[in-house]
Design a protein around this ligand. Structure first.
Ligand code: ADP
Ligand code: MG
Length: 701
């Protein structure tokens, strides 16, 4: 059975190599199975045909039946478009195409009757429909058989341009069903789970999601499909975690010894917050348990995660193991190294740096020191993953700003020792609980939910870009108090050149506006040594203003900086704005964040700006982000290599079902840790199949 559905999409009736390529590239559809799992996102009542006369503003997709009076190509260059007049005898609608004009021109006909599908909008007092779908109706009787609900499938612009519309997908899906004939689609959940959870069979669900007899069946169909999706992710993560517990014993760090104690009593530069203390206790407990630690430390920007990592590494050193900490940028690695040398040098801990720019003799001496064990703590970028980097005995590995690393990079740290070291991953991108459960599975999670005392909440304001004077005043008054200011410009890969020009132009203007101040510029294209020099001069207070791209986004800690001005704020996502804002407000003084945008803002951007001005709570921002963008786009998930492959479940909304699926998966894993029970056979083979084809959720930690 699975064989039929694993057939390449190319050979399906009506597809062929060109369409197959589009389906592969645009929607990730390779097989018939993939196509059946490309679910409609809504339905249109097919029996209902509106008249032009009936149309009203704000209507969603409608069907009309009529013909074209004529069409013409208008405009030049990017304004080129095809316009056509459509009528059904009760009125006229203007149809417009901006894209794929050649194809449209070739296919439009006058003198035939069309069944049109599109979304009408009122423009200059008449209805327009952009990029409608048109199907030629042979004769009126061909409408007779059409009843029920018509599925609407997501297709991309590129597909539409090639004529691969929702209607075309519908035909393909029907071709699969006719190829299946009476065969039913193989079930993926065992009977006992179907009845325990009151779920519909897969065959029914798949057929009905494409062709529901009425909208009332949709909730139970969706429930079944969502459950399956969420359940398998949870089964994946939880069974992987179980295997790990069975397979790996961790080093038992039974001692909390001299280094830790001396540091704690003599060298701590401040009193730890109670949240920091609690998290350190949790970590100590893990390290002493004899089980390999795999812990995620979440804490908002500025909550003091670095200190927790230092104390964790000290416990490793007390037990005669080495530690390392990996940071996503060179700037951050340098900063961590300097901090740790300053903190730990006095108690005789040797801390060294390894990044791509540490070369030659210096590099060799670091490599030697790692092998002979004389280096206790290695601070680095992903350069420390290289094969030439070998530890004598690595016991603790910390990953800072872990959302910046790929899955593969993180998993390579595991291999830096004969037994995997204890792992602490830290992130300031707070992700909502439901998402954390999905992404991190059985990682233990610690949260620092408290900022060091004396911090004043950052004041966030929104200025339009024309309001230069307001910005100048704020900068002047803060610099007069001896504070420093960041200006951040976006630098997005796709528009790198113009972005860089923007940055340089911004730098020139700022120099002109503040001729008496020292202004530095920083971007990723500079040589590492130059970057370092600029960063050093800012950290030392020599520079008053730093004009930078987002290279300073994560981790950078200059507590004297009190203003963060974000230019073109409309181009940043919420999580990124929050990270950037976190560069200020690190001292006891009042700090400010200024979001600078143009006048014209989309609804979504306006909302983002509002949220930023309303709250500094990272968790709230993450929740809002999830709502605004959907999980597929959530920062810290894409970068982390987690591609959200959910087809139907929506973790922003289906949190409760996720909990339930997780509970069921946990029961299965507990009852059947070695995958032996006959009633679960179907589950384990399905999981294996999915692991081959899908994101490996479980390996993400
Ligand atoms: P993040 O969690 O964003 O990595 P950092 O570890 O960089 O935060 O800490 C932010 C700043 O707060 C640093 O300057 C750090 O020295 C300071 N800090 C950390 N913990 C405390 C504390 N308990 N009391 C006072 N200041 C602290
Ligand atoms: Mg940090």
């Amino acid at each position: 059975m699975y064989d039929v559905l694993s057939q390449n999409i190319q050979y399906l009736h009506g597809v062929g190599p060109r369409r197959a390529q589009l389906l592969n590239e645009e929607l990730g559809i390779y097989t018939l199975h993939d196509l059946l799992y490309h679910f409609p996102y809504r339905y249109i009542d097919r029996s209902r045909i509106y008249t032009v006369h009936d149309l009203s503003d704000g209507m969603q997709y409608v069907q009309l039946k009529g013909s074209l009076l004529g069409y013409e190509t208008l405009g030049k260059g990017s304004a080129r478009r095809i316009e056509a007049d459509f009528t059904d005898g009760t009125g006229y609608v203007r149809l417009v195409w901006f894209k794929g004009l050649k194809y449209v021109e070739r296919t439009l006909k006058t003198g035939v009757t069309y069944l049109l599908l599109g979304k009408p909008t009122l423009f200059n007092n008449r209805f327009n429909i952009a990029h409608p779908e048109l199907d030629v109706l042979k004769d009126d009787s061909s409408l007779d058989g059409i009843t029920g609900l018509r599925p609407v499938y997501r297709v991309t612009e590129k597909m539409k341009r090639a004529g691969l519309t929702s209607g075309a997908i519908e035909e393909m899906v029907d071709a699969v069903f006719s190829q299946l004939k009476g065969l039913s689609i193989a079930e993926t959940l065992p009977d006992y789970l179907l009845s325990r959870c009151h779920l519909m069979g897969l065959n029914d669900a798949i057929r009905k999601i494409h062709h529901p007899e009425s909208l009332s069946v949709i909730p139970s169909v969706e429930l079944r499909l969502k459950f399956e999706e969420l359940f398998y992710v949870q089964l994946d993560v939880l069974s992987y975690a179980k295997d790990r517990v069975i397979k790996y014993r961790g080093f038992r760090f039974s001692r909390v010894g001299d280094y830790f104690m001396r540091f704690y009593h003599e060298c701590l530069p401040f009193e730890l917050t109670s949240a920091q203390k609690r998290v350190i206790r949790e970590i100590r407990h893990d390290l002493g348990s004899g089980r390999q630690m795999n812990r995620l430390l979440q804490g908002d920007v500025g909550s003091g995660k670095t200190m927790v990592s230092v104390m964790t590494m000290l416990i490793g050193i007390d037990n005669d193991y080495q530690s390392c900490i990996m940071a996503p940028t060179e700037i951050l690695a340098e900063q961590h190294c300097a901090t740790m040398q300053r903190l730990l040098g006095p108690i005789g801990v040797r801390v060294e740096l390894l990044t791509g720019t540490v070369k030659g003799k210096r590099r060799q001496s670091v490599l030697d020191g790692l092998q002979d064990g004389s280096i206790h703590v290695l601070v680095g970028t992903h350069a420390l993953l290289e094969d030439t980097v070998n530890f004598k005995n690595l016991g603790v590995a910390v990953i800072d700003e872990q959302h910046r690393f790929g899955v593969e990079q993180r998993s390579r740290l595991w291999l830096k020792n004969e037994f995997p070291p204890h792992i602490l991953v830290m992130t300031a991108t707070p992700i909502p609980r439901t998402l954390a459960m999905t992404v991190y599975g059985d990682l233990d999670v610690s949260v620092i939910d408290e900022l060091p005392p004396g911090r004043k909440p950052i004041k966030t304001v929104h200025f339009y870009d024309k309001a230069v004077e307001q910005r100048v005043q704020l900068v002047r008054s803060e610099v007069a108090k001896g504070h420093q200011v960041y200006f951040v410009y976006p630098l997005i890969k796709e528009s790198e050149k113009s972005d860089l020009k923007n940055l340089e132009e911004g730098f020139r203007q700022i120099c002109k506006q503040f001729p008496d101040l020292n202004v530095g510029m920083l971007h990723g294209k500079m040589k590492p040594s130059e970057k370092n020099d600029v960063m050093q001069s800012f950290a030392s207070g020599e520079l008053h203003l730093l004009v930078s791209t987002t290279v300073i986004e994560v981790g950078v800690d200059v507590s004297n900086a009190s203003v963060m001005i974000i230019e073109n704020a409309e181009r940043f996502g919420l999580a990124q704005l929050h990270q950037l804002r976190g560069r200020v407000g690190r001292g006891a003084e009042q700090s400010y964040c200024v979001l600078v945008t143009g006048y014209k803002l989309s609804e979504n951007t306006r909302r983002r700006v509002e949220i930023m001005c309303e709250t500094t709570d990272g968790f709230r921002i993450a929740e809002e982000d999830l709502k605004l963008r959907g999980p597929g786009d959530l920062e810290g998930t894409q970068q982390s290599g987690v591609i959200f492959t959910f087809k139907i479940a929506n973790i922003a909304r289906d949190g409760e079902l996720l909990q339930q699926a997780r509970e069921v998966a946990r029961q299965v894993v507990d009852e059947d840790p070695l995958h032996e029970l006959p009633q679960n056979k179907i589950l384990w083979s399905q999981l294996k199949l999915q692991r081959k084809t899908n994101t490996n959720w479980a390996a993400i930690s």
